[in-house]
Design a protein around this ligand. Structure first.
Ligand SMILES: [Mg+2]
Length: 452
């Protein structure tokens, strides 16, 4: 193999020598750069490229509701992006007037212009969806995959973990997780909510009359819900049964504990140590750095948060304080492809790895894949759609199944590397309209400067 490579390198040098002799030294010197880029596929002249439109098609049942967006240009090429699952398409449409006539290849410049219109969780969906589509356009304009514009790749395929439908019966749940392992997944996650205890006396102290996770928008510290020793033992037994099905070696993360107090989080976390969980996710809201640090310092298995944080600063704060062990941005909330790479690179300096939260269509999935490819601190990427039979067929241009034995191959085509399968997308629209015109958003205006 090495011998063959050497041989062909010499052959190529020989070819260059004779080509240069034939053309004459002066011609060769002038034409070297142009000659070297002649095989690059340019779909357009990037300097004249302008954004002319922003249109939406909303997918339902993927299993989430996911607004796809398309940015059109004056030269026939378009970019695909996606507003975060569960968010309103309006978050993207309100930005249309701010991006019209811009050159989409100026990705970071446009991102800085619209970044003020993002916020935590779904509020950032429009900014991030547009950022994905700009990278898709820039990649198509210059003929390179997105990961290459981020500095190249650290790996050829992306490790995935899959969401798994919950069961109150630990044996049923264990069997479902075992099936994920048999599908080839090399990392598992389960939900472990305290609602598992709702039919069992003496497992929870709570203000009498209040119910599990009710009211749903009351944060953990304010519910007055605390697990009893019996409740903690039951939840630990549940994980013990699941571990019997999947073994101790495969990473097994846990999420959706429910709105229990910080001390219950610590006591539960300690009880789960012997099952060697890969991480305990979102035990409390991400905003409480000091409380997170208290849990993380007390429990000797990894803690994790991040799916609702917008922009790198919130992640850096948690990493710098070692308030959690792993951070978990959702690229459709955290600021898009480049900001999420910056997050991964920034937290790496504090020794904190980056897992990635994701629950969208293959369009947003590919944005995640390119970012994960180009970020050294990347650990594993989520997928919520393993049981949606038509999910793969929403797009063309990449090998199927998209997740093959737990891994996604990184696309090598320009941009994100996928096109939409129009027929399949049209079968799963939430509302009538497949990328219909949106002229009502052309003139939305305000004085947007955030300082005086
Ligand atoms: Mg989560």
């Amino acid at each position: 193999m090495g011998g063959m490579k050497r041989h062909s390198a010499i052959g190529r040098r020989g070819f260059l020598r004779s080509a240069s002799a034939a053309l004459g030294a002066g011609f060769w010197a002038d034409q070297t750069l142009d000659g070297a880029v002649q095989n690059v596929n340019r779909n357009s002249q990037p300097s004249d490229l302008k954004i002319t439109d922003l249109r939406i098609a909303v997918i339902k049942g993927a299993p989430m509701t996911c607004p796809l967006l398309r940015i059109d240009t004056n030269q026939g090429i378009y970019g695909l992006g996606e507003v975060r699952d569960g968010a309103s398409k309006t978050y993207a449409l309100i930005l249309k007037s701010r991006i019209l006539a811009e050159n989409p290849c100026s990705v970071d410049r446009i991102f800085r212009k619209i970044k003020q219109f993002g916020g935590p969780a779904r509020q950032a969906g429009g900014v991030c969806g547009i950022e994905m589509a700009l990278w898709d356009l820039a990649g198509k304009a210059y003929g390179v995959p997105v990961y290459q514009m981020l500095g190249g790749k650290f790996r050829d395929k992306i490790r995935c973990y899959a969401d798994t439908t919950e069961s109150h019966d630990p044996k049923v749940y264990g069997q479902r997780l075992k099936e994920r392992k048999e599908q080839g997944f090399t990392w598992l996650k389960m939900d472990l909510g305290y609602d598992l205890l709702e039919n069992e006396e003496g497992t929870l102290t709570h203000p009498l009359g209040t119910k599990y996770n009710s009211p749903p928008n009351l944060q953990h510290m304010f519910t007055g819900h605390e697990l009893t020793d019996k409740g903690i033992a039951r939840m630990a037994d549940f994980v013990a049964t699941v571990r019997e099905y999947v073994g101790m070696e495969i990473p097994l993360a846990a999420d959706h504990f429910g709105h229990i107090g910080v001390n219950s989080c610590i006591r539960l976390g300690k009880a789960l140590e012997k099952y060697n969980m890969a991480w305990l996710e979102d035990m409390i809201p991400w905003q409480y750095t000091d409380l997170w640090k208290k849990i993380t310092d007390a429990v000797d298995i990894p803690t994790l948060t991040g799916e609702d944080i917008y922009l790198k600063e919130g992640f850096i704060e948690l990493a710098k304080n070692h308030a959690v062990d792993i951070l978990h941005p959702d690229l459709a909330t955290s600021g898009g492809i480049l900001e999420t790479k910056k997050i991964g690179d920034s937290i790496q300096e504090y020794g904190v790895p980056m897992a990635m939260h994701f629950a969208g269509t293959p369009v947003s999935c590919m944005a995640n894949v390119h970012c994960a490819a180009a970020t050294e601190s990347f650990l594993v990427l989520e997928n919520h759609s393993v049981d949606v039979p038509w999910w793969d067929s929403l797009v063309e241009g990449i090998p199927k199944p998209i997740i093959d034995h737990g891994f996604i191959t990184i696309p090598e085509k320009p941009g994100l590397g996928v096109t939409l399968n129009e027929e399949v997308v049209k079968q799963h629209l939430l509302e009538p309209g497949y990328f219909e015109p949106t002229p009502e958003w052309d003139k939305e205006r305000s004085h947007d400067r955030t300082w005086s």
